[in-house]
Design a protein around this ligand. Structure first.
Ligand code: FES
Ligand code: FES
Length: 466
């Protein structure tokens, strides 16, 4: 595939397999050694780079893990490594790390600098919480983190003076946080976009393509190929949009987990959804991992699948015959078997807008609170009339071959009073609905015990909310 993009200040056209990991391209073909190879699985942040793309005419930057970034995603974008922000003097971000002793061996440092600079370039507000979230995927084995935390506070102070949220690029250049050439990137990307004929990744029309969104799961096991022809979906128009109409919130399949966190509409109708999203991986992955990818992956423990199962979500699925809709609850058939034919693409998910006051909760147990795959997860949605349950929807992951909507348990709760008796009895109903297996994340008995506790957690939080 021909890939046209800007690498730091250089316009490039390269011919690469669209699934080739960007990290390997940067180190092996461009000799950019600031980008470190650590885990190769998105867990350490040593390979962090910044990716800029045009989104509805706006230049949007995000920090991403280059080890899990397929080269095909670079097309039409601005890729920035530490070499691309180095200037004759240290930037305030780099200087704060030096001044606060936040560098020892230095192996992790380029990744931290890129995550923080990417955060300053992004559309997020400059708050202590946000800057720490930006580095939640960057691991340091030496410093003990307090010096890094002090450095972030100093960076915020430096950035706040003279920072213009509406004109980030120019104000960050004036603060010497990024080089001046960033000011010309939007114009140059527009030119690349206009000149570039979209080269099709599909070379053999007889082969139905495998659609790939994000690729953060696929690239963990190396640039494996899920099928002979792979089509990255990120250049499909409007595939990453989140918008509302009278009845639904529409979430494009290409929306990333960070897009969901930043969506005011979703946060309004699904209270607390952002907080639950922070339990999913780290920002450098959340900036690439997509809704469509998480659903089509069909992992029985998929966080987004389990979460949206209790929200009556509907999938719009496109094929050459048009668009058909499938309830998310009916989508998962068996282990990694879905109601999705070869060549069909999940276009978006629609979440109904309820007018009723709802309690919504998501629980997850994993060996580590963050950056880990759940052993068991569960979501709940309750509508109440006083202390009587008018409607409840419960789901669970890691306890069956698919992300499971707990149909019997949900209907059992309808019309019952909130209380210990109801909670204990619905747990028994749920135990009959699940069929966990023993695996690397725990024994079958352990997972049963986890779900018992997660259902209790829903009830405890529900009573706190009432
Ligand atoms: Fe560890 Fe990429 S090498 S996150
Ligand atoms: Fe050594 Fe962070 S300074 S890993």
């Amino acid at each position: 595939m021909k890939i046209n993009f800007i690498l730091n200040d250089e316009e490039l056209t390269v011919d690469l397999d669209p699934l080739f990991p960007t990290l390997r391209f940067l180190r092996e073909e461009k000799g950019l050694s600031s980008v470190k190879t650590g885990c190769g699985e998105g867990e350490c942040g040593a390979c962090t780079v910044i990716l800029g793309s045009l989104d509805n005419g706006k230049l949007k930057y995000r920090n991403v893990a280059s080890c899990l970034l397929p080269a095909g995603e670079l097309d039409g974008k601005h890729l920035v490594t530490l070499e691309g922000i180095n200037m004759t003097e240290l930037s305030p971000v780099q200087k704060a790390f030096v001044d606060e002793g936040a560098i020892q061996c230095g192996f992790c440092t380029p990744g931290f600098i890129m995550s923080i600079t990417g955060f300053l370039l992004s559309s997020k507000d400059l708050t202590k919480e946000n800057i720490l979230n930006a580095i939640d995927g960057n691991i340091c084995r030496c410093t003990g983190y307090y010096s890094i935390k002090r450095a972030t506070e100093k960076i915020l102070l430096a950035a706040e003076s003279g920072f213009d949220k509406e004109d980030r690029i120019n104000s960050l250049a004036e603060l010497s946080i990024i080089p001046e050439y960033f000011g010309s990137v939007k114009r140059r990307l527009n030119k690349i976009k206009n000149n570039s004929e979209k080269s099709s990744i599909i070379t053999d029309p007889r082969e139905a393509p495998v659609f790939l969104a994000g690729g953060t799961d696929l690239l963990v096991s190396g640039p494996g190929r899920p099928g002979p022809e792979v089509r990255l979906i990120s250049d499909i128009e409007n595939i990453s949009e989140i918008f509302e109409d009278n009845n639904f919130i529409h979430v494009g399949a290409g929306s990333t987990v960070e897009d969901i966190i930043d969506s005011e509409i979703l946060n309004q109708y699904v209270p607390g959804i952002s907080d639950f999203m922070y339990l999913i991986s780290s920002q450098i992955i959340r900036n690439t991992a997509t809704l469509g990818g998480n659903i089509a992956n069909a992992s029985p423990i998929g966080d987004l699948s389990v979460l949206f199962l209790v929200l009556d979500a509907v999938l719009d699925i496109k094929s050459e015959n048009g668009v058909r809709e499938v309830l998310l609850r009916d989508f998962f058939k068996d282990y990694k078997v879905m109601d999705l034919e070869a060549g069909e693409l999940i276009l978006k998910m629609r979440v109904p807008k309820y007018s009723e006051n709802r309690f919504f909760n998501f629980e997850k147990v994993s060996r580590r609170k963050y950056l880990d795959i759940a052993s068991c997860n569960s979501a709940s949605s309750f509508c109440l009339d006083g202390d009587v349950i008018k409607r409840c929807d419960l789901s669970a992951g890691g306890v069956a071959a698919v992300p499971l909507f707990l149909k019997e348990s949900s209907s059992y709760l309808t019309g019952r009073k909130i209380g210990e008796e109801t909670m204990n009895s619905v747990i028994e109903v749920a135990m009959d609905e699940i069929s966990p297996i023993s695996d690397v994340r725990g024994s079958s008995d352990y997972k049963r015990e986890l779900l018992r506790r997660l259902i209790k957690a829903h009830f405890v939080k529900l009573e706190g909310w009432m």
